[in-house]
Each structure stands twice: as structure tokens, then as C-alpha cells.
Ligand binder design. Structure first.
Ligand code: NOJ
Length: 521
């Protein structure tokens, strides 16, 4: 088994984790100084959202140099020191790779615009439609057309996101080779893996066909959702691109390729590739996309996902990230504890988004403090991502131990780490106990999953390996529920349950989740 199968990934949004120089924005020396938190929590790898030189129009997802560090975050020497320290602590380091688009400030784009240095076709350039206007109807994920006109070159270029984020042309072998070299640059520096940004968008239709209208669109949705992204995402040729990346990863031992993929299960699992030549962990966002947080809905996705996995594929689960409302805001603080038990007892690599272990909630951002382009371009639709990106509260006090300056986003009202640290009933301690249990028990870390069922609002399943069997019983509602079965409670959301034995019929408290160790049969 590889570390990325047995282990747990922790996502750091670097602007908001720890500031070391008082400018109000987190940085690499800050992350280094806080690695002990990750060790005490018990995770195995840290995925850091982009830290490359960037004009920050999309907070680092607009890369101006793939092989550097933005001065805001530090230097390459800071990065090397972070990797060295992390490895000494037995933590792996995963970088965000943003291959779909660069910043318009990247020298490659300047070359492409000027048709020089052989880079004329490194981006997706098209003439306008014969009657004038953009080449087709494709829309940007951040609102408005996905095509912008470039004077001088006198053509349109395609951008899945902001006009400052032109899409690279992955049909050009020189682009493929250049990005593979970028990957090797970091892999040689000791990086243990990549999380590939918008993996499913890397190739667009070669014939540039119009996307069809979305019959279920309504004004509450983003303007991008007016069309179905039939020709701009999840194209069959994308799998060659992913296989090419995977081949680069395989030049180095024990590295992991993770893909960001917002896709339904049947499409998602195709990103494992043919005979496993794709991503090792195509991110499974089913729990994050779930419309109804119910026992029945969760049982259904576990069963469907497990059944859809190709032979040899390793599962994974995610509750949140820097792009989506936080779990504690989506399901409420009591159910967020149940969600923690779920995430850390399912079969498959869990990814924790920083702050989930504190039960952090979305912070309302006053209009004047909004930073996210998704909100600024389409205000008032709830598309903004600042609420889930607020700085990590380490301790009480004006700067929360995060900064001595003014934080780049306001702090929320969440209970800081140091306060939770002293409270056995806190979310932090629940996460620690669950992670320790998972680490100590192969049945939970890598064992099989069986007997997935929903009875009313009670979700239950079993995890087992080598004759050791756990039964997980989760109450997805705020009402007491009847449950049955026997075993010793080894972890749970509610005080006083751990260490007790249960037999026959018993009652699960509102919002209660339990992990039972069953007697050998
Ligand atoms: C997905 C990233 O997670 C998100 O933050 C970003 O805005 C887009 N990709 C564009 O890179």
C-alpha cells in the first residue's frame, strides 16, 4: 500500500494559514512554523494551494511563472526548507498544479500574443465569427464570454475563467513538454504529488462547436450554467493528457497525481485511466455536492461510488475545499461532527480542508471586504468563495495568532485552536481521536466496506480487515433514533459514550455518530 492510500491529506490555503511577516497574508515560513499542528492532528500530507508568482487576480490560480515562488509567500529557499522540515516530520508535500491556464502576465502569453519564439499556438486563439463577435458561444466560469479580443494579434483567445487566465493549448506538443518539465522541476525538489486544477477542462472540442443550452438553468444559477459544457469539458481526449502527466509522475517513486474533478460518478471514475494510467486520486466530491444531507442519499453515493470503481482503483472522499461553502455551514455544527466520523471511517483517502478540524463556518463578508472575483463579477448569487477562505484562528486575540497585521480577509467567529485544544468535547479533539483510531486500525484505514445501509435517518456500514470489524452508526437527523447491534464504542460524537458497550436495541442520540468495535465472530 502507498502512503496516499493509507494516509490523510490536509489542504492548506496558504493566504489564510499563518502569516510570518505581519503583512496580513499567510506565507511559507508560516506554514513551516505550524507543521506541528498537522503532526499532532495526525495527517500524512499537506496539499498547498498555489504559491507561484502571480498577479493574484484569482489568488494564485493565475500563474505567471510555474517554477518560482511569489514574494508574498517567500522564496524557493523557504519552499525547500518547508519540504525538508515536512519530510523530517514524515509529512508529504503536495503542490497545486495549474496546467489549464496561466496568467496573462506569463511570458509564454506575451510570446504567443506576438507570435514569437515558436509560441504562437501555445494558447487557444481564434478568429471572430463570420458575422462578427466571439468565435462561438462558450462562457467563462466566472461570468461573461470565455473569449476576449487581443488587439495586435487581432484574434480572440479562450479563457475558462478570467480574461487574465488564458487557457493553454494542450493540443500543442510543445505545451505538453513544457508542463511536463514544470512537473519534473518540482518532483526533483522533493514534491510528493500534485493536485491538478480543473483536470476535466484541459482539452476543448477541436471543432469549437457551440455548447447547448441548459434546460434547467434559472437566474439563481451562475451565468456559466446557462449552457451545458458539452464541448468545453470532460472531452474524450483529456485522458491522453492525464496519462501523459501520470507517466511523468511514474518517473519518480511514490508520487501521487490527484485531479480536481466536478463530475458525476460514472464520468469521474474514467479519470483513473485505462488500466490505472490516469490519476491515482480523482477527487470524489460527491459528499460536497450532495443536495440533501440524508442517510439515504449518503448510503446511495457510497454504494454507487464503490460499485463504479474500476479494478485496482483506490477511493477517496472530500467534505470541503477553498471553493465551496464549509461543511459546518452546509449541515450545521452538530451534523459537522457526524460528517467528521463519516469522512474518517469511509474506505478511501480522506482530504481535510484546513479549519474543518475546528468546525470552522463560512464567514459573512461585508461588500467592501469582498476579494473573490467570482463574487465581484456576479454579486449576490452566493458564488463568492471568501467566506470559506478566512484566516485560521490559532488563538484568541486581535490577530488570532495568525497575523500581527491586518488580515487579508476578516476573521470569523470560530473557536480558536488553543481553546479547543483544552476541551475534550471540541471538534479538534474529535478529529484527533478519529484520526488516531484510523491510523491505529488497518480495518479503518484500508479495510473493506460492507453492509452499507440507511434505515430512517440512520446510516450504518462496516469496515473490516483480518478479522477486526468496526460498525459505524450515524444519526443524520436532529431526533433520537432507534438502532441496534453490539460492540464497544471506540469513538463518538457525544461525551460519555466512549468505552461503553452496546447490546441489542438502543437509542442513538440526535446528531450522534458512533464507531463500534465488534467482538470477533
Ligand atoms: C479551481 C480552483 O480550485 C479555483 O480556486 C480556481 O478559481 C479555478 N480552478 C481556476 O483556476
Amino acid at each position: 500500500m502507498e502512503w496516499w492510500q493509507t494516509g490523510i491529506v490536509y489542504q492548506v490555503y496558504p493566504r489564510s494559514f499563518q502569516d510570518s511577516d505581519g503583512d496580513g497574508t499567510g506565507d511559507l515560513p508560516g506554514i513551516l512554523a505550524r507543521l506541528d499542528h498537522l503532526v499532532r492532528l495526525g495527517v500524512d500530507a499537506v496539499w498547498i494551494s498555489p504559491i507561484y508568482p502571480s498577479p493574484m487576480t484569482d489568488f494564485g490560480y493565475d500563474v505567471a511563472d510555474y517554477c518560482g515562488i511569489d514574494p508574498l509567500f517567500g522564496t524557493l529557499a523557504d519552499f525547500d526548507a518547508l519540504v525538508t522540515r515536512a519530510h523530517a516530520l514524515n509529512l508529504r508535500v503536495i503542490l497545486d498544479l495549474v496546467p489549464n491556464h496561466s496568467s496573462d502576465q506569463h511570458p509564454w502569453f506575451a510570446d504567443s500574443r506576438a507570435r514569437r519564439n515558436g509560441r504562437a499556438d501555445w494558447y487557444i486563439w481564434r478568429d471572430g465569427a463570420s458575422g462578427g463577435g466571439p468565435p462561438n458561444n462558450w462562457l467563462s466560469n466566472f461570468g461573461g464570454p470565455a473569449w476576449s479580443w487581443k488587439a495586435g494579434r487581432n484574434q480572440y483567445y479562450y479563457h475558462s475563467f478570467l480574461p487574465t487566465q488564458p487557457d493553454l493549448n494542450w493540443r500543442n506538443p510543445d505545451v505538453v513538454a513544457a508542463m511536463h518539465e514544470v512537473m519534473r522541476f518540482w518532483l526533483r525538489r522533493g514534491v510528493d504529488g500534485f493536485r491538478v486544477d480543473v483536470m476535466w477542462m484541459l482539452i476543448k472540442d477541436a471543432r469549437f462547436r457551440d455548447n447547448p443550452p441548459n434546460p434547467s438553468w434559472h437566474p439563481g444559477l451562475s451565468s456559466h450554467d446557462r449552457l451545458l459544457p458539452l464541448y468545453t469539458a470532460d472531452r474524450p481526449e483529456v485522458h491522453e493528457v492525464v496519462a501523459g502527466m501520470r507517466a511523468v509522475m511514474d518517473e519518480f517513486p511514490h508520487r501521487v497525481l490527484i485531479g480536481e474533478l466536478y463530475l458525476p460518478i460514472e464520468h469521474l471514475v474514467t479519470y483513473y485511466g485505462q488500466h490505472g494510467n490516469g490519476a491515482q486520486l480523482p477527487f470524489n466530491f460527491q459528499l460536497l455536492l450532495l443536495q440533501t444531507w440524508s442517510a439515504e442519499a449518503i448510503a446511495a453515493i457510497i454504494t454507487q461510488y464503490e460499485a463504479a470503481l474500476p479494478p485496482g482503483a483506490w477511493p477517496n472522499w472530500v467534505l470541503g475545499n477553498h471553493d465551496r461553502p464549509r461543511i459546518a455551514s452546509r449541515v450545521g455544527p452538530a451534523q459537522a461532527r457526524v460528517a467528521a466520523v463519516l469522512l474518517l471511517t469511509l474506505r478511501g483517502t480522506p482530504t481535510i480542508y484546513m479549519g474543518e478540524e475546528l468546525g470552522m463556518t463560512d464567514t459573512p463578508i461585508p461588500p467592501a471586504a469582498v476579494r473573490d472575483p467570482a463574487e465581484l463579477r456576479e454579486p449576490g448569487k452566493g458564488l463568492g468563495r471568501d467566506p470559506e477562505r478566512t484566516p485560521f484562528p490559532w488563538m484568541v486575540g486581535p490577530g488570532r495568532g495568525f497575523t500581527t497585521g491586518t488580515p487579508w480577509l476578516p476573521f470569523g467567529a470560530d473557536t480558536p485552536l488553543e481553546t479547543q485544544h483544552q476541551d475534550p468535547g471540541s471538534m479538534l479533539e474529535l478529529y484527533r481521536r478519529l484520526i488516531a483510531l484510523r491510523r491505529a486500525n488497518p480495518a479503518l484505514a484500508v479495510g473493506m466496506i460492507a453492509a452499507v445501509q440507511a434505515v430512517g435517518q440512520v446510516l450504518s456500514y462496516e469496515r473490516s480487515s483480518d478479522g477486526v470489524r468496526f460498525r459505524i452508526v450515524l444519526n443524520l437527523s436532529g431526533r433520537a433514533m432507534d438502532a441496534s447491534g453490539s460492540g464497544t464504542v471506540v469513538a463518538g460524537t457525544h461525551a460519555g459514550r466512549e468505552g461503553t458497550s452496546l447490546h441489542g436495541n438502543w437509542v442513538l442520540q440526535p446528531n450522534e455518530g458512533l464507531v463500534l468495535l465488534q467482538a470477533p465472530q
